[in-house]
Design a protein around this ligand. Structure first.
Ligand code: GTP
Length: 318
């Protein structure tokens, strides 16, 4: 199976972390998010991936190359200007032989059973099959309602709780598409898959399947932090082996301390992600926050309540 991963978005909700690197390259427990995603796809039979790139593509290309280190055949397409989701999918798909494609957003951490999604797509004879995931609060997402044989009936963009009723299933950012769907997308102009392509397919072999496992869109500071904490998988904290933590510092519950970080005497870190080469001064307190790479946290400074500290220019320690 060939997959297309969308990695071209600007990632505005994660700025300023995404001013210096594309969202899919942000680390989860010290490894780029995309490494976790590629491992998951490989477990479900994906053998080749085309990245649909836009913003800062060179970091992705130079990290993964042709895919030797991940055991997948990797290729890249770079849009001349952002084409939005459907535009980007079609731009990438048109570089390949027409075929059934798995399409994934490059910012969803999930253990979804993609093998089952593809099998259901086949069984239903679908033109497109959307994976759905339940969320507690559907009001900031698009709800998808299905009927007989999992056929999509309606899309409800950002519904109120009253409009949503008991429905909780939203588009999970993972699809199986037949070539006829790619053919619907106009060439070279912005086109959105959720708002333009899928609504036009309702009643025309558009299906959706719900999955109840782990699903987290890492696109906001809160969900990015949560993805790191979730991946601790029972461990209390995670500290990269190259970090230097003072013996009197406290690495508390939910702390994720990246490569090359230096933590000073008496500093406390809890439920926070410190990206590469952050320098934390003596007695600093960091909680429920994210600190961008090479940022310098001063002695005694408090960073808390969901702060996002911009990447800085701390030198690599010798
Ligand atoms: P925000 O600006 O914070 O909304 O993030 P985003 O730009 O990543 O947008 P969003 O989270 O809605 O995008 C969902 C997925 O589509 C992500 O994996 C993006 O990288 C990708 N994406 C969004 N727009 C484009 C685009 O124009 N081109 C490409 N290639 N990918 C896109």
């Amino acid at each position: 199976m060939h997959a297309i991963i969308l990695v071209g978005g600007r990632g505005t909700r994660l700025q300023p972390l995404t001013d210096t690197r594309p969202k899919p390259m942000l680390p989860i427990l010290g490894r780029p998010f995309l490494e976790h995603q590629l491992e998951h796809l490989k477990r479900h039979g994906v053998t080749a991936v085309t990245f649909a790139c836009g913003f800062l593509p060179s970091q992705i290309v130079s990290h993964f190359g042709e895919g030797e280190s991940v055991g997948l055949k990797l290729t890249y397409v770079i849009e001349p200007q952002p084409l939005d989701t459907a535009g980007a999918i079609a731009f990438a798909a048109r570089t390949l032989e027409p075929q059934r494609l798995l399409v994934c957003n490059g910012d969803v951490l999930t253990d979804m059973d993609i093998t089952h999604l593809i099998a259901e797509h086949e069984r239903l004879g679908a033109a497109a099959t959307i994976a759905l995931t339940p969320v507690e609060d559907p009001t900031r997402y698009g709800l998808v309602r299905t009927g007989e044989r999992d056929a999509v009936l309606t899309f409800l963009e950002k519904p109120t709780l009253e409009e949503a009723g008991d429905d909780r299933y939203i588009n999970a950012g993972t699809y199986v598409l037949e070539p006829e769907v790619i053919a619907m997308v106009p060439h070279g102009v912005r086109c959105n898959i959720e708002r333009e392509v899928f609504p036009a397919l309702v009643g025309k072999r558009l299906h959706a399947i719900g999955f109840d496992g782990y699903w987290n869109d890492i696109g906001t500071p809160g969900s990015y932090l949560q993805a790191n904490i979730d991946l601790l998988d029972g461990a209390d904290s995670w500290v990269d082996e190259s970090a230097r933590v003072h013996a009197n510092a406290t690495i508390g519950s939910g702390a994720v301390v990246g490569p090359g970080v230096v933590v000073g005497d008496g500093a406390i870190i809890e439920r926070s992600v410190l990206l590469e080469h952050v320098v934390v001064g003596r007695g600093a307190y960091i909680a429920d926050s994210i600190v961008g790479e090479r940022a310098v946290v001063s002695d005694g400074q408090r960073i808390e309540h969901g702060d996002v500290v911009a990447p800085g220019s701390a030198p690599e320690p010798v």
